[in-house]
Design a binder for this molecule. Structure first.
Ligand code: WT7
Length: 572
């Protein structure tokens, strides 16, 4: 029995009667009128009489704390928007956010949207090469960063002719800034109380999130301001955000969860949000929940498994009675984790499923609906979801049969294209369905059960990494002749990166070289993309046309049948 009344009274009723118009009405949005996410998350909340309500409670690595009301946030996002205009950033320009989870990241995101720019958040742990690929593709005009990440930007600035400004948010004047670099201190800048928000319409581009695929470099999933409609109502119905909640989304805004629900969904619902800009540690996390009396928590399976490993003793040392609703996303949430969380917190984690491309939650377990541990739940109202046959792409009517998850296009938050890559975008649609690229089955009661990805993308701790990007980086190492990168099962992170490498003649297969190559990738791309394991081989399995067959290597790692290699060859 729930101790509270969920925002969505009955899933069945809502699913039957739902229309996105409900969200439009609640947001007082009329077809064809102005809709700006930055305005909706700040000015509108102030107009609703919540100007002095806390919007952000931020805690840094050393326990330092900052608090901002919705009015502070309104003014600071104005200040950033006005600053961007002053330095010559135009509506439609891509502005990258390359920072840790500091307040400037959150307000920068909304400030960019307020002046009509396209926000391009990138994970601050990325190395120069990961950064270069994405900034080059987007033709980014400006980048916000911190002193500690500046060297990575400096490494590549000469290769980025479109990049006009490098905005440093914490410059202390100790070292001179170089050409194109500007210091900007959000808290010290002259506050801009009134700003004329860019009159964006539903289809005006808003956010560009890069995501990895099987082939080629990462692709920019381009979203529009209308995404707000989905993000607002899913945050309300799935995360169940209410006015009195203190909400914590553990995701970094470098990834879509951190923007759709760590910024837009939360603040358009006027939630008070907490942000912890510190790495994972069970003790730190529980202290954070206890201190701020967090009520609604959105996290990820890897983190939950890591908490599980620490056991319930450390849970019981803290008063976590404020918690009332727990949600998870990013990778399969195993049944054990759901059962454990009931034991540890008295509450089950509710799994949610979606992607960078979908922009908002599409499958979920809802508060008040029976959870089947291990299942991703049911389609969100307004979403038509099924599984389709892997070859014919026709919906599979029979229950329990594995197919590819497919969605009827047309919900507000769906991506509108891949930046500069319409061809790949078009391929995601078949027979009138958007194909998610994941395999699942649907049971008698309509619950979806995740089986695995339908491509070679690696999901490590909820982060997707593309094998192609890693293989390309490996090839730049002088000792590497060729390589194939696959996901290897891992009890904590679900998968880790494993690289099979054939060396150029004259190189020895030593442990030293292995470590050197690992480090090489870590620096260029990121710790996530770094192979945790390297296996030196004399040659790699290839098709007749010379394409490396990752699937054969992957199947070996997973102890699976290699499958029909002949069709794979024909597919090439
Ligand atoms: C991919 C999307 C959107 C949230 C963060 C990730 C996997 C996501 C689940 C889940 C099993 C899941 C899928 C999906 N995934 N949620 N509940 N159960 N797998 O966004 O980086 O675009 O990754 O993450 O493979 O396609 P993303």
């Amino acid at each position: 029995m729930l101790k509270y009344q969920p925002n969505m009274k009955s899933y069945e009723e809502e699913y039957k009667n739902f229309s996105w118009q409900i969200a439009c009405n609640e947001l007082e949005y009329k077809d064809g009128s102005i809709i700006n996410i930055g305005e909706y998350c700040t000015d509108r909340i102030c107009r609703m009489g919540k100007a002095s309500k806390l919007a952000l409670i931020w805690e840094g690595f050393n326990g330092e704390e900052k608090k901002y009301t919705f009015d502070d946030m309104r003014v600071l996002t104005n200040t950033i928007a006005a600053f961007l205009q002053k330095v010559g950033i135009n509506p439609g320009d891509r502005v990258c956010l390359f920072m840790d989870k500091v307040p400037e990241l959150y307000f920068g995101f909304l400030g960019i949207l307020k002046m009509g720019g396209i926000a391009q958040p990138l994970f601050s742990a990325f190395g120069s090469e990961s950064l270069l690929t994405r900034l080059e593709d987007a033709g980014t005009a400006a980048i916000f960063t911190q002193k500690k990440h500046l060297p990575k930007v400096r490494n590549i600035v000469e290769q980025l002719p479109s990049l006009k400004h490098i905005i440093v948010v914490d410059d202390d004047g100790s070292k001179p800034l170089r050409e194109k670099e500007i210091a900007f201190h959000m808290d010290k800048a002259e506050r801009v109380n009134e700003f004329k928000v860019y009159p964006s319409k539903a289809e005006t581009p808003s956010v560009l999130h890069y995501t990895s695929g099987t082939t080629g470099q990462p692709k920019g999933a381009q979203h529009v301001h209308y995404s707000l409609i989905s993000q607002y109502i899913t945050a309300k119905y799935v995360l169940d955000i209410k006015d009195e909640d203190i909400y914590w989304c553990t995701a970094d805004p470098g990834w879509v969860t951190g923007t759709s629900y760590g910024i837009i969904g939360a603040w358009s619902n006027a939630a008070t949000q907490c942000v912890l800009d510190a790495g994972f540690k069970a003790e730190t996390w529980y202290k954070f929940i206890e201190k701020h009396k967090i009520t609604v928590w959105y996290s990820a399976p890897t983190a939950i498994r890591a908490l599980m490993k620490e056991g319930t003793e450390v849970v019981n040392k803290h008063n976590l009675s404020s918690l009332r609703h727990l949600t998870s996303v990013g990778e399969p949430l195993n049944a054990e984790a759901v059962i454990w969380s009931k034991e540890a917190f008295g509450l089950p984690f509710h799994d949610t499923y979606w992607q960078t491309e979908t922009g908002s939650i599409v499958l979920s377990n809802y508060p008040g609906m029976k959870i089947k541990p291990g299942s991703m739940g049911k389609p969100f109202p307004g979403i038509t979801a099924t599984v389709v046959d892997l070859k014919t792409h026709l919906p599979i009517e029979k229950k329990g049969i594995v197919g590819m998850i497919a969605l009827k296009p047309g919900w507000p938050a769906m991506f509108r294209t891949y930046w500069n890559n319409k061809e790949t975008y078009d391929k995601k649609f078949q027979n009138g369905w958007y194909l998610c690229g994941d395999r699942a089955s649907i049971d008698e009661d309509g619950y979806f059960w995740f089986v695995g990805r339908d491509d070679d993308v690696i999901n490590t701790a909820g982060h997707l990494v593309g094998p192609f990007e890693i293989e390309s980086a490996l090839l730049e190492h002088p000792a590497v002749a060729e390589s194939a990168v696959v996901g290897k099962p891992d009890p904590m992170n679900m998968e880790v990166v494993k690289a099979f490498i054939a060396l150029k003649p004259g190189n020895e297969k030593t442990k030293m070289l292995e470590l050197e190559i690992m480090n090489f990738v870590r620096k260029k791309l990121s710790a996530l993309a770094m192979p945790q394991e390297i296996e030196f081989v004399d040659s790699l399995p290839k098709t007749r046309s010379g394409k490396i067959m990752r699937r054969v290597l992957r199947a070996k790692e997973w102890g699976e049948e290699i499958g029909d290699i002949s069709t794979l060859e024909n597919d090439m």
